[in-house]
Design a protein around this ligand. Structure first.
Ligand code: IPE
Ligand code: IPE
Ligand code: MG
Length: 247
């Protein structure tokens, strides 16, 4: 049994789902089989998030840099994405889950874009949890797009350079309507963030596990949340100051 405190849940959990290829290699399967097994973890983690009461879940599914991969692997990933979305729509509707994406999704194949559009539309009114998939996502590219947006607004005379502050930048990012992640999980034991939500994770708690994504399931996810609940988030203040505030 897990001992999760429902009062101290992370509002937003973000996950770098890594290690599908290594899982497949370990089992002497091809990489695609690893991605298929990874999709099962996605289902379980989405379900568990909803059951636990997480309000925002963001999953790094395909990075801008992943376009470098062999064409057959990209093709398989796109096919898997499409069948995942079609297969999960029913459950998203039943469980009040709103679907959204972050990233340059205009680069995805047209049929995948169409499935995304339908999923967005059908789940738009759901309020239980927001599931965001980062697709063709890169944080530096997001910053480039954000700077362009703000530069255009200055050029149009809507804002002056002096108006630019953290809030305005936040509202021009792909994640404009989302709170910053409280907890970032990375599987497969890599100690890097691979161009994921660089602005947004300024004060996010990190949980890095050697577990490969296809083996990251409910039990360890709950452990990660428990671990998060033990952390003291100081945001630059001192421990004593936080204790004073609680009093
Ligand atoms: C994560 O698993 C899935 C994607 C990046 C799409 P990988 O495919 O990166 O697996 P490894 O890192 O090769 O083990
Ligand atoms: C990060 O995994 C991207 C996703 C999980 C979608 P990668 O496997 O692409 O990351 P690196 O290349 O090891 O940093
Ligand atoms: Mg990887």
């Amino acid at each position: 049994m897990s001992s999760i405190d429902p009062e101290k849940l992370p509002k937003h959990v973000a996950i770098i789902m890594d290690g599908n290829g290594r899982w497949a290699k370990k089992k002497a399967f091809n990489r695609i089989r690893g991605h298929e097994e990874g999709a099962k973890s996605v289902r379980e983690i989405v379900r568990t998030s909803r059951e636990t009461g997480i309000r925002w879940l963001t999953l790094y599914a395909f990075s801008e840099e992943n376009w470098k991969r062999p064409a057959y692997e990209i093709k398989a990933l796109m096919k898997l994405l499409k069948s995942y979305l079609k297969g999960e729509l029913e459950e998203m509707l039943e469980n009040n889950i709103r679907f959204q994406t972050i990233g340059r999704t205009g680069k995805l194949p047209k049929d995948v874009q169409e499935t995304i559009r339908q999923t967005l539309e059908k789940t738009a009114g759901n309020k239980g949890m927001t599931l965001s998939l980062a697709l063709s996502y890169g944080s530096r590219q997001e910053m480039v797009d954000t700077v362009k947006t703000l530069a255009r607004r200055v050029q149009a005379g809507e804002i002056s350079p002096e108006d630019i502050n953290e809030k305005l930048i936040g509202s021009a990012l792909y994640t404009a309507d989302m709170p910053d992640p409280d907890l970032l999980i990375r599987t497969s034991g890599e100690y890097r963030v691979s161009n994921f939500l660089l602005w947004q994770i300024a004060y996010t708690e990190l949980y890095i596990t050697p577990t490969l994504w296809p083996e990251f399931r409910k039990e360890e996810y709950l452990t990660a949340i428990e671990e998060y609940q033990k952390r003291e988030r100081r945001f630059g203040a001192t421990s004593d100051q936080l204790a004073d505030k609680e009093r």
